[in-house]
Design a protein around this ligand. Structure first.
Ligand code: HEC
Length: 129
């Protein structure tokens, strides 16, 4: 009896653990929100648009080739998810390469996360409405 309930609960807990690890990686380590979440006039993040893409307020002192002034929506509702799919995102976070084998333009950093960490990041992004 106890065993059966463990079997049912474990996969869900695993996904929650992964999402928690992903949240840590995204918000505390990568600080993705700095570029992927718009800010309000008071300088605070617009929590209602968490990771939904933003116009950047940073730029190089001298012009940088291929510099992007905007960042895309990273939530499942965004175009990136429908274009790349979960696996495309996982691969991107591991290799820094898009499904077309290109790199993102600056200032997007190139990440080469482990498979487990890339999976955790995607699992967390999946939870954002
Ligand atoms: C310093 C700013 C910055 C930070 C920090 C940042 N990004 Fe980005 N990101 C960008 C910009 C700008 C683009 C658009 C680049 C492009 O279209 O080539 C982008 C694009 C992306 C893309 C799409 C890439 C493409 O080629 O279309 C993904 C996925 C992404 N970021 C995920 C993340 C994640 C996950 C994190 C945190 C772990 C993160 N980014 C942190 C600025 C940033």
């Amino acid at each position: 009896m106890v065993l059966t309930s463990v079997c049912f609960v474990a996969p869900r807990l695993l996904a929650e653990d992964k999402a928690a690890r992903g949240k840590y990686l995204v918000e505390e380590v990568g600080r993705c929100q700095e570029c992927h979440t718009p800010k309000l006039e008071n300088g605070e993040f617009d929590k209602s648009k968490w990771m939904k893409g933003a116009v950047l307020n940073l730029q190089g002192i001298t012009p940088i080739k291929d510099w992007h002034k905007t960042s895309p929506d990273l939530t499942p509702a965004g175009r990136l998810w429908s274009r790349w799919g979960e696996d495309g995102l996982r691969k991107y976070m591991q290799t820094g390469l898009t499904p077309k084998n290109t790199k993102a333009g600056p200032p997007m950093p190139t990440y080469t996360l482990s498979a487990a960490d890339a999976d955790a990041v995607v699992e967390y992004l999946k939870t954002i409405k």
